[in-house]
Design a protein around this ligand. Structure first.
Ligand code: PEP
Ligand code: MG
Length: 482
């Protein structure tokens, strides 16, 4: 539909942004009373998407081209969502849902639809069901009433799933469209198996109620163990860390007693923007991480883009073999200013109290390590000259390129620790792309060749006294943990 009055529509668009920004603030403060500051911080991600010049200008452009505001909004949201949707990395691809959620929120506010809070005020227990359920929806309804979330599309990597997890509400994502939904219909939402049951009979409900009670008991037993050291019966200590990349998922790790962050993927703060974040912006994000973990070790990885992780504003294309291409440390060393900015930001954010460990992705050659260490010295010197108190962090490498394994002895005087990136290590050892559906079923991090190489790394780490950890998905597989 063409726009009848462009100036009025532009004003309406700017007003809409202010209104929604205010609503997001309110939702954030509602949730921060029941959740930690870091989870409520998801709302700041939305707010930063909203204050992003790229979105603002795209909608303005559409309106100026004669599109009416709802149409301009829909087109612009679709445009940005598509950019993320096209990414291969599931973690990054899931960000397209955030853009859609924000779009829905803008749209419903524009239309002045009745609030979810009013619509649900009479209900005692609520299962939120939708094509996508947004974090705003979750924040709007009374937390004690929310017992389940079902999304027709959406992934377990979305902010919705992260928030549901933090709230302890079972959520099942990507079930496909449910037809003939009625109000007051009963559901079983089994977040453990990722399944839902429609029209459950009484027997099934009793059985699931029993499971819920059992799980509650188990969790309370486990939470009593939370602060106990993780020791095997024969006295080995196993250190349990968490992985993170969103400010929002800082909290579950803390709640379950993580001893630190084993891998903080810095790609995410780079992704929710329309250009590389400035040093100040990065300092602000990293500082929240150190604040949340209060002196516990945080292993921050330098930017690991390329391959299946693409930045919308800096696509690395025209590569026949992206997995073997310009990625990880190879990319950042060729963009030295970018790396310098990031390292300075990490050092500044950690100050003298943050327990910073810098983790280098995709290392395969000694020169890479040397170049990085030179850059680090330079960054430390710069900051000291600027009068900023910083300390030299520990530096370690990810073992994910198989070539790194045989080189570890030669690097032992240059590094402080090793972290095994089992995802890429398995992919490169087996020459198997697990994002390729034709071969994905053959991908196996328990392949004897992988286990053999892990054993080799363990032996080298022992011999050279290098602390060793594992930060790939393998650590979430109970069989692999053993
Ligand atoms: C890995 O490769 O195992 C890893 C942890 O890094 P990412 O999954 O981010 O590539
Ligand atoms: Mg990797």
């Amino acid at each position: 539909e063409p726009c009848p009055d462009i100036d009025a529509a532009l004003k309406q668009w700017h007003d809409l942004i202010s209104t929604v920004q205010l609503e997001l603030k309110q939702e954030e403060s509602t949730l921060s009373t029941i959740l930690s500051e870091s989870v409520a911080g998801i709302f700041r991600t939305y707010a930063s998407l909203l204050s992003d010049q790229a979105l603002l200008q795209k909608v303005e452009l559409e309106v100026r081209n004669g599109n009416w505001l709802p149409g301009a909004l829909r087109k612009s949201i679709q445009y940005f969502a598509d950019l993320f949707q096209a990414m291969e990395d599931p973690y990054l691809r899931a960000r397209h849902e955030d853009i859609h959620h924000l779009g829905n929120k803008l749209y419903t506010t524009l239309k002045g639809a009745t609030s979810l809070l009013e619509a649900t005020s009479q209900l005692e227990q609520i299962v939120l069901i939708g094509e996508e359920v947004s974090i705003s929806d979750i924040a709007t309804i009374a937390a004690e009433k929310l017992v389940g979330i079902i999304c027709f599309s959406g992934s377990s990597m979305s902010h919705t799933a992260v928030l549901a997890n933090a709230l302890g509400v079972p959520a099942v994502m990507g079930v496909g469209t449910l037809k003939n939904l009625r109000n007051h219909e009963r559901f079983i939402v089994d977040g453990n198996s990722g399944q839902i049951v429609r029209y459950p009979n009484d027997m099934l409900i009793t059985e699931f109620q029993r499971l819920i009670d059992e799980e509650k008991q188990l969790l309370s037993k486990l939470s009593a163990l939370r602060d106990e050291p993780a020791l095997t019966p024969d006295g080995h200590e196993i250190r349990l860390f968490t992985n993170s990349g969103l400010l929002a998922d800082l909290s579950p790790g803390l709640r379950h007693g993580a001893q630190g962050i084993g891998l903080y993927r810095t790609e995410i703060p780079f992704l929710v923007r329309d250009s590389f974040p400035s040093e100040e912006e990065q300092v602000a994000v990293y500082q929240q991480v150190f604040n949340a973990y209060q002196g516990k070790p945080v292993y921050m990885r330098t930017l690991d883009i390329g391959g299946d992780k693409q930045l919308p504003y800096f696509p690395i294309t025209n590569e026949d073999n992206p997995a073997l291409g310009w990625r990880g440390i190879r990319f950042t060393l060729d963009n030295i200013q970018l790396l310098m900015t990031q390292v300075r930001a990490m050092l500044r954010a950690a100050g003298t109290g943050g327990n910073l460990h810098i983790l280098l992705p995709m290392i395969s050659a000694t020169e890479e390590l040397n170049s990085f260490n030179e850059l680090l010295s330079e960054a430390l010197q710069q900051l000291q000259q600027e009068g900023i108190a910083v300390i030299r962090p520990r530096v370690g490498v990810m073992v994910e390129v198989p070539a790194a394994i045989s080189q570890l002895p030669f690097w032992s005087n240059r590094i402080d620790f090793i972290s095994i990136g089992s995802n890429d290590l398995s992919q490169y050892l087996l020459a198997l792309d697990r994002n390729n559906s034709r071969v994905a079923s053959r991908y196996d991090h328990l392949h004897p060749a992988v286990i053999h190489e892990l054993d080799r790394v363990v032996k080298i780490a022992r011999e050279y006294n290098l602390p060793l950890s594992l930060c790939g998905e393998m650590a979430t597989d109970p069989l692999a943990v053993i």
